[in-house]
Design a protein around this ligand. Structure first.
Ligand code: PEP
Length: 260
């Protein structure tokens, strides 16, 4: 099995002024300095990308945008393209977050176009997928995830796929305080890895980073990351405080070290 270094992504959503973003990024850089065994990425709102870029300069912490549009440039008022996001200093971009899907009507087909645009610009897309509570209760989780995965990755060659990060985020666990039990999350992560294996082969599937997201906190991160197919976290609420975010990083590394 590939030794996949834990990847911890902080999704700040629509929060923080420039001053707040600067202070939080500086505190994360300080916390990450003692933790070289993980990769840390911050996804501030677009307005704070420049400020966070300055705060993390010279540190291993990397930068993500929370969204992109699929066209490179032109008359698309209010949108931001992958080349612009790259130019702003991002290495990663979050794509298909459930809030984008539910509030802004994003579809699997649109997500696929965005992933392709991100890859074309040399960004690592963090491709989010997950089921609602109603879909889980109807027993549709695995079929739905297979469909989201198939459409989202349509036309993406194995050479490009190695830059894609997958984030399983059950919608019922995002911002609700309700986390998937470690075994419940592992069942889905293992299903995702099997599907990736069918699409891209054992090697690429084994190396793929599959994050879990949904009310991750310091208290549940060790147990979640101890699961074989959970390689890191996409963290919302708990990433808005340096102390909890850094503690999640610590717990993730501890779990990673104990993994066989
Ligand atoms: C998220 O924003 O992707 C998320 C998982 O949020 P929270 O950790 O607050 O549930």
């Amino acid at each position: 099995m590939a030794k996949r270094l834990p990847l911890i992504v902080g999704n700040w959503k629509m929060n923080l002024t420039l001053a707040g973003a600067k202070a939080l990024a500086e505190a994360v850089v300080k916390g990450a300095a003692d933790l070289p065994e993980s990769k840390v990425v911050l996804a501030p709102p677009f307005t704070a990308l420049g400020e966070v870029r300055k705060a993390i300069a010279g540190s291993p912490v990397q930068l993500a945008a929370q969204n992109v549009f699929w066209e490179d440039q032109g008359a698309f008022t209010g949108e931001v393209s992958a080349p612009l996001v790259r130019d702003a200093g991002c290495q990663y971009v979050v794509i298909g977050h459930s809030e984008r899907r539910q509030i802004f009507g994003e579809t699997d087909e649109g997500v696929n176009k965005k992933i392709k645009a991100a890859l074309k610009s040399g960004l690592f897309p963090i491709f989010c997928l997950g089921e609602t509570l109603a879909e889980r209760e109807r027993g549709e989780t695995m079929d739905l995830l297979s469909r989201q995965l198939r459409t989202g990755l349509e036309g993406i060659a194995p050479g490009e796929f190695k830059s894609v990060v997958i984030a399983y985020e059950p919608v019922w666990a995002i911002g609700t305080g309700r986390t998937a039990a470690p075994g419940q999350a592992e069942e889905v992560h293992s299903h995702i890895r099997k599907k990736l294996e069918l699409a891209y082969g054992i090697g690429p599937a084994d190396c793929a980073i599959i994050l879990y997201g949904g009310s991750v906190k310091p208290a549940n991160s060790f147990a979640l990351l101890s699961e074989k197919n959970i390689d890191g976290f996409l963290v919302g609420g708990a990433s808005l405080e340096a102390e909890s975010f850094v503690q999640i990083m610590r717990e993730a590394i501890r779990a990673h070290k104990e993994k066989k």
